[in-house]
Design a protein around this ligand. Structure first.
Ligand SMILES: [Zn+2]
Length: 79
């Protein structure tokens, strides 16, 4: 069994939270969380967003929150 890469992970986050993934894809998805700390944090962020908004964010919102996250890291390391 191979795990997926980060791009595939991000693409599938909303489908995962909607429980739309088939069993095999779901296993590869959760397998990626185990090997990639960045995506683990990303998934948590999406969960928090879902809890706050009360529904899954639109795809463009998840892209934006990922950009904001990367932006924040960049700002922080520049200081
Ligand atoms: Zn990843």
């Amino acid at each position: 069994m191979t795990t997926m890469n980060c791009e595939e992970f991000v693409d599938l986050v909303t489908a995962y939270l909607d429980e739309e993934l088939d069993a095999g894809t779901r296993r590869r998805f959760t397998g990626h969380i185990g090997v990639c700390g960045g995506c683990d944090v990303y998934l948590r962020q999406i969960r928090v967003t879902v809890a706050e908004v009360g529904r899954l964010p639109a795809r463009n919102l998840t892209d934006r929150s990922r950009e904001n996250l990367l932006e924040a890291f960049r700002d922080w390391s520049a200081r």
